[in-house]
Design a protein around this ligand. Structure first.
Ligand code: HEM
Length: 507
């Protein structure tokens, strides 16, 4: 009997201990994850559940921003926000951002490979030119910068844009009662531009524009994006620790390997057929860096992955938003058409004098201001405790980032009509627009391409690409939003119109 009682008591102790541990662990998790840290004390926190809402319901992140984030963020210039399984600080005010961009050694770049090293995102992009810092970054930059800050040809961009406008029109005539879903074709188009102009591969570029046929690089990238950016894993990357027992994460890992191999074979090792390798082409720079021992095989792989993804994805997002804005605001589209038509005829190998197209430049900048493709990014960590702008105490180790969407729409900078597209705000002549653009970037009021020494290296190419695209499309087509498409933005990730459908007619 007594041994029976002992067993029961023992069992109860064991049960209690387990229960207590579970309660304590949950308590610690709640405290760790959900209760914002005390510091920085000077700024408020967005309730943790706001960033988790897209996991549970259909939301529009533009509405979430307006409802829960805009007011405290604009009031304090920075805010605490729960993202990627941890608390971070998002900086919005230009004067604070200028400081962040200038003091690299205090506001250390710290990408996913440091922040969440076990995650699939870290495995995919590793340590690369965007996320690395100090000597490692300088070494990457010495190789990559010459390949990106070269003179790009306009002809391949115009040729591809011409094919794009024909495809869009054909897609429209095949299903005349519905708007064209532009996202997929724009992914192929921006890949084609990047492959031809930056990676010096006209053959693969041509295949990308042949939309009747599948291109493995394109289809694998599409599937990989679907698997990699699952909201649950974006919000709780710690779950990637158990990736080997979660079928969808194993699949994502396999897709990363497949995509990486395709990039290596099709870009770096591709035969030189149809290629007129330029002395400092990005492809050539990368290949030489490995041959000369400047890059290890892993560094080459990580940088190629990030260059392809950033170089393809960001222009694609910008094109989606630009087509959306021009569809929604026909007056701007017509004014642009008028400027382009008065430019006069262009020959088959166009050398465009962009200075004669100020409204096109201003429209491009206005699209970039309203919908920066990288709408929010948190990839810096405090190397030491610092008072940001003398106002906000940031302890060492704090993760900080920026929200370009918020900074680019700051009403104290851009005026009360900040949410309305108005290309005229940039000026009417090329000189005015260039001066305003340079000034807004220098003051960190327009941060779509970031700023300071870590500013985007692809800016020149991206601007040429989007201007060429709009030039040809506006000349050939007129478009409007499909009235049956619900005008809403993506629930999470890069902020842009979700699945936008557009009706095209010939001009
Ligand atoms: C509309 C198009 C683009 C936008 C809006 C854009 C935006 C940005 C932003 C915001 C950053 C800074 C990221 C950070 O804070 O860590 C960046 C960095 C970078 N971007 Fe872009 N990007 C675009 C196109 C491109 C293209 C086409 C390429 C190359 C093919 C490119 C290459 C780079 C590189 C190499 C960096 C790293 C610069 C450094 O840290 O030294 N980008 N870009």
């Amino acid at each position: 009997m007594s041994s029976f009682l002992y067993t029961i008591q023992h069992f109860l102790h064991w049960e209690y201990a387990l229960l207590l541990s579970v309660i304590m662990l949950s308590g610690r998790l709640v405290v760790y994850f959900l209760i914002p840290p005390q510091n920085p004390r000077q700024i408020p926190a967005v309730p943790f559940w706001v960033t988790l809402l897209p996991l549970f319901q259909e939301v529009d992140q533009q509405e979430l921003f307006r409802k829960y984030i805009a007011k405290p963020l604009y009031k304090h210039g920075a805010i605490k926000i729960f993202f990627g399984g941890q608390w971070n600080v998002i900086v919005q005010r230009s004067s604070y951002l200028s400081e962040v961009f200038k003091k690299e050694q205090v506001y250390n770049k710290s990408g996913n490979q440091k922040k969440i090293p076990h995650s699939l995102l870290a495995e995919f992009l590793g340590s690369n030119i965007i996320s690395a810092r100090a000597d490692e970054w300088r070494s990457y930059r010495s190789v990559i910068q010459p390949g990106l800050q070269t003179v790009f040809e306009t002809k391949p961009l115009f040729d591809n844009a011409q094919r794009l406008s024909e495809h869009l029109y054909q897609m429209q005539t095949k299903a005349p009662s519905h708007g064209v879903t532009i996202q997929g074709i724009l992914q192929r188009y921006s890949s084609a531009n990047l492959l031809h102009c930056v990676f010096d591969n006209p053959v693969l570029s041509d295949a990308m524009m042949d939309i009747e046929h599948e291109v493995p690089l394109h289809s694998t990238q599409l599937t990989l994006k679907r698997y990699l950016f699952r909201p649950l894993f974006m919000n709780f990357p710690v779950l990637d620790r158990f990736g080997s027992v979660i079928a969808s994460r194993s699949k994502a890992r396999a897709l990363i390997r497949e995509f990486t191999t395709l990039l290596q074979t099709q870009i770096l090792q591709a035969p030189s057929k149809g290629r007129s390798e330029k002395p400092k082409s990005l492809r050539g720079q990368l290949v030489s860096a490995q041959q000369d021992g400047v890059f290890t095989a892993k560094q080459l792989r990580d940088n190629l992955n990030v260059l392809y993804v950033a170089g393809q994805e960001n222009p694609q997002l910008l094109m989606i938003s630009a087509l959306y804005l021009l569809a929604k605001y026909p007056t701007i589209q017509e004014k642009l058409r008028h400027e382009i038509n008065t430019y006069g005829p262009i020959d088959s190998n166009p050398t465009i004098n962009w200075q004669r197209l100020p409204y096109l430049t201003a429209t491009t900048l206005e699209c970039l201001r309203l919908f920066p493709p990288i709408s929010q990014l948190i990839n810096r960590q405090m190397a030491e405790p610092t008072w940001l702008g003398g106002d906000i105490y940031l302890p060492a180790g704090t993760y900080i980032g920026y929200n370009s969407y918020a900074t680019n729409r700051d009403p104290t900078v851009w005026g009360p009509d900040v949410d309305t597209p108005r290309p005229e705000r940039w000026g009417s002549t090329d000189e005015q627009i260039s001066a305003n653009y340079r000034g807004a970037k220098a003051r960190a009021e327009f941060i779509s391409f970031h700023g300071g020494s870590r500013a985007c290296l692809g800016e020149k190419f991206a601007l040429l690409e989007i201007k060429s695209t709009l030039f040809v499309l506006v000349k050939n087509l007129r478009w409007e939003l499909d009235a049956s498409w619900e005008d809403r933005m993506t629930p999470a990730g890069p902020l842009h119109p979700r699945g936008v459908r557009i009706m095209f007619t010939k001009v």
